[in-house]
Structure formats: C-alpha cells, structure tokens
Design a protein around this ligand. Sequence first.
Ligand code: ZN
Length: 302
Amino acid sequence: MENRSLHILGSSAAVPTKDRWHTAQVLEMGQYKFLLDCGEGTQYQLIRYGVKYNKIQAIFISHLHGDHFLGIFGLLNSMSLGGRNKPLTVYGPEGLQALVENHLETTGSKPEYELNWVTLKDQPEMLIDEKDLEVWSHPVQHRVPCFAFKFIHGNKQRNLNVEACLEHEIPVDWYPKIKEGEDYVKGDVRIRNEELSYDPKPGVSYTFVTDTLYSEALIPFAYESTWMYHESTFLHEEVERAHATFHSTAQEAGMFGALAKVKHLILGHFSSRYLYLEDHKKEAEQFMKPVFLGLDGQKFNL
Ligand SMILES: [Zn+2]
C-alpha cells in the first residue's frame, strides 16, 4: 500500500489553547510531502511530533488570517538555518508573497534555498499536474480571500490489456501512448484505446476546507473525496455567530460531507470556548459516518 498520511499539528480557531495550536497539517502522499497552513508556532509542532520539515516540498496557505500563516516567517528561517538546499514552493492568496518578501528583506534573512511563489486565482485552478498527483484550489467564502485545496494521489495512467495488445500486434514503442489513453492508429486502422487498456485504479483524495461559510457551491469540488477536513468552529447552537464570522458549525460540516458523498470526515478549527469536543463529533455524525476529531498530534493513514 502507498504511504499516505495526514498529521494534524493544530486544531484551534483564532485563539489557541494549551492543547490546541493554530492550524497546520502535514500531508504525505507517496513521494510528496506538503504543509497545509502554517499557524503561529508551527515549527514547534513539527519538532514536537518528529516531522522532518526540510523534506516539505510545498506549503499551501488558505488565507491571510494570522492563525493560518503567522508561523511561516519562523519556519522559512529555520529551514535556511537547517541547511536546506532544495527549492520550496509556497501557494497562497494575493499579498502573501509581498508580506513575506518584505519581512525577509527588512530583517536581512533571505533564505539560502530557492523560494518560489504561486498566487492563487479567484477561480478553481489546477496547481500541480504530475503522473501520480493532481492538486486543485477553489475559492471559499470567508472575510478575506480564502481557498480550499484538493489533493488526488494515485497512478493516473491506464493499465495495458496485454492480451489485446499482443492480439492486435501493437508495437512495444506504442505502449506508453496506450497507457496515456491514445488510440492505436496505423494507416486506415484505428483500434480504440478502451480495447487495449483498463481504467487506472482509483486514487485517494484529500480535500482541505478551512475557514468558510457553509456553502453548497463547493460540493462539486469535494465530491466523493476519500477524506475531507472541514472546519467546525462552532456547535450549531451558535449558528448565527458562525455565519456572522463566516465560519461553519459541526452540523454543517456533517451535512456538507453527506451531500458531497465524502467517505471520511475530519473536523477541526475548534473555538477555544469548547473544552469538550465530543458534541462536535455527534452533531456531524447525525449526517454521515465516520467522523473524526482532528486534534493536535493525531495522525491519519489515508
Ligand atoms: Zn480566518
């Protein structure tokens, strides 16, 4: 089985608690290692939970509220001091690059490694397209521009139907094209790809939805995700407050998961007013199962 995991480093909303730090998650999918959001203190959490952070290839920042990105300043610096030489790409909203570059310039701490920036657009967009990975972003509704991300990992290539290829005497140098989904063409002869190959094995997908007003417009984006993280800042008794601050309740997270036919739901971004979180889980479970609390230190095998 492929190595795929999600390590939660922080599960708190805007105000942290003793046990719940600001949002950050490490997502590993095969050869890929990403950091999703980087709240204040993320580098301490990476150390606490034994994550080798110089292996992180890219950081995805959902939005420019402090509890989701203030940790990036310290982390970029520690990566440089730790001798990082591999390039790092940061995906984030408009304004992040300027903020960080201004800080690096002002403090004279330009990193030793190559730092690349991708500014997210106000529309669904494919950010990474590799043979075994796709990453997408999608705007959500928050008080400032904010984005959801979807990671789809698995072999996207079709599998050869060896018997059919031999029977039709397909030359070996055509096999890579057949795996890419092309028909075989020679003179007037065309053999349809479906006759020569099988569908690839379905991949595993993870959708990360943080700070957002409940919105069914995002359902097609999250549809049939193997795993989804959805913020649930409040319980539903606080729905008015949730909507006033452009956040979701645990009940809404569960409803969304059910409508989007998500297979596993992880809740997080809990307001510091809640000491006990089982009610969040119960609210979401009224609509779908299984539901997990994504607490600090928790690691999920995807
Ligand atoms: Zn926010």
